[in-house]
Design a protein around this ligand. Structure first.
Ligand SMILES: O=C1O[C@H]([C@@H](O)CO)C(O)=C1O
Length: 443
């Protein structure tokens, strides 16, 4: 859970020399989004791993560029629940300020490293034109507000064409979980105004459980014309059922009834050097019972722990159907942003209830699905993705919510590892392979 403790940053990849972006902007702004707890991550981990489990609860603050407010809000005068923060520029709670000139277009880069929170960003009086998602261009689409799930990144264009004698709020609210945290706020400061808090009302976010609103945004994100298209057929389709479970009284998350426990020896070295006992050699199931009722708590909540991997052959088209379900408590199903290492994948579609081969397969979007590395599953829904195994390695595919991964919500793809010639020493520095590094360095 290092990310929850603050180990994160943004990496901006420019277009290659001589290449042009398919949109124009005059300036660039960045907002790195996160959430923050007062309890340290070690205590959080102990709570999550205890029986009974102690949940981390909602964050104390929502952060933008590492800054947030606590016990007060920049917009305190607009809400009866919080007091007004004193806006001293040197105060720890001083808000981030985005300085803009009137009548310009800015590219606003957004990325979420949240530990838990799904977010919605809105800018008072300004629309956003979405142009890029997870490093891939999308069909430009105008939005009033945008959802950002943990692990995702976006670029939106904003045009500073509003009354230049005013400043505006950039507000970041929580989605999908009953919020107990005031929105994170940033000031959009039109030059040459002083950077005081805007007197205009805060932008309004949709209700935290307005899933149709979130689904409408997700369905508007489509690949820009001319983007790489997915193969029209798949070689292998893996179904991953997400459930909350119990193992000897401990609360876990499982995929096809297997809760991931990462081994202490890195997979790459274990597989390459054929180490016995470094991880479970039985592969996890590729499917789940057709009888499973995704609308109800698991009828048998017990599950198993494993460090097994899905072995993927080189050059194949793999579909994954992520299937959400009811958690342990009745009438609860949560959002999970799934993130894949080593690949971008095409998002072929989202749907309600249980995925059905007959009903849903033919309606998947093969025409202009967006390429992403993170995709959400909505409560009680499914999400279909496709990727091609063209990048040998051992890749985690997991819920980007830190406590959920800690509780086992992930799988491992071991992709044509035999094609990897040399493993960097840094990748085999611990567990059983650490000895091999030492031996190597002595010879
Ligand atoms: O993993 C989780 O545990 C809690 C709850 O299900 C039990 O307290 C919660 O909201 C999660 O997302």
């Amino acid at each position: 859970m290092q990310r929850s403790a603050g180990l994160y940053g943004s990496l901006i990849v420019d277009v290659a020399d001589g290449e042009k972006e398919p949109f124009h902007y005059d300036g660039e702004l960045n907002l790195l989004l996160s959430d923050w707890w007062h309890q340290n991550v070690h205590e959080q981990e102990i709570g999550l791993s205890s029986n009974p489990m102690r949940w981390i609860g909602e964050p104390q603050s929502i952060l933008m560029n590492g800054k947030g407010q606590y016990n007060c809000s920049l917009a305190g005068h607009l809400s009866k629940k919080t007091s007004l923060c004193k806006l001293r520029a040197d105060a720890q709670c001083a808000p981030p300020i985005l300085h803009v000139l009137p009548n310009k277009t800015y590219r606003l880069r957004l990325a979420s490293t949240t530990s838990l929170a799904s977010l919605n960003l809105a800018i008072g009086h300004h629309k956003m034109v979405l142009v890029e998602a997870d490093g891939n261009y999308v069909q430009p689409v105008t939005l009033d507000d945008i959802d950002i799930y943990s692990g995702e990144s976006y670029s939106v264009l904003i045009t500073t064409n509003q009354n230049p004698s005013m400043n505006y709020w950039v507000s970041l609210g929580v989605r999908g979980r009953h919020p107990a945290t005031p929105p994170g706020l940033t000031i959009l400061n039109y030059h040459p105004n002083t950077a005081r808090p805007p007197s205009s009302p805060l932008p309004i976010h949709a209700a935290w459980d307005d899933y149709p609103h979130s689904k409408a945004i997700a369905n508007k994100i489509l690949a820009l014309q001319g983007s790489p298209k997915p193969p029209t057929r798949y070689d292998r389709r893996i179904y991953l059922l997400n459930t909350q479970n119990k193992i000897n009284g401990f609360t876990k998350w499982s995929i096809n009834n297997v809760s991931l426990a990462l081994p202490s020896t890195p997979y790459l070295g274990s597989i390459k050097f054929g180490l016995k006992g470094a991880f479970d050699h039985q592969s996890p199931p590729e499917n789940f019972s057709s009888e499973y009722d995704v609308m109800k708590p698991p009828s048998n909540p017990n599950s198993t722990v494993s460090s097994g991997v899905y072995k993927l052959e080189f050059g194949k088209t793999i579909d994954v159907i992520l299937q959400n379900a009811n958690a342990l408590n009745a009438n609860v199903s949560e959002i999970h942003p799934w993130h894949l290492h080593g690949h971008d994948f095409w998002v072929l579609g989202y749907g309600e209830g249980k995925f059905s081969e007959e009903k849903h397969s033919k309606n998947l979007n093969l025409k202009n699905p967006p390429l992403r590395n993170t995709v959400v599953i909505f409560p009680y829904g499914w999400t279909a993705i496709r990727f091609v195994t063209d990048n040998p390695g051992v890749w985690a595919f997991h819920c980007h919510i830190e406590p959920h991964l800690h509780m086992g919500m992930g799988v491992i793809f071991a992709e044509s590892v035999e094609r990897i010639k040399n493993i960097p020493q840094a990748a085999i520095g611990c567990g059983m392979t650490a000895k091999m590094v030492m031996n190597n360095s002595h010879t």
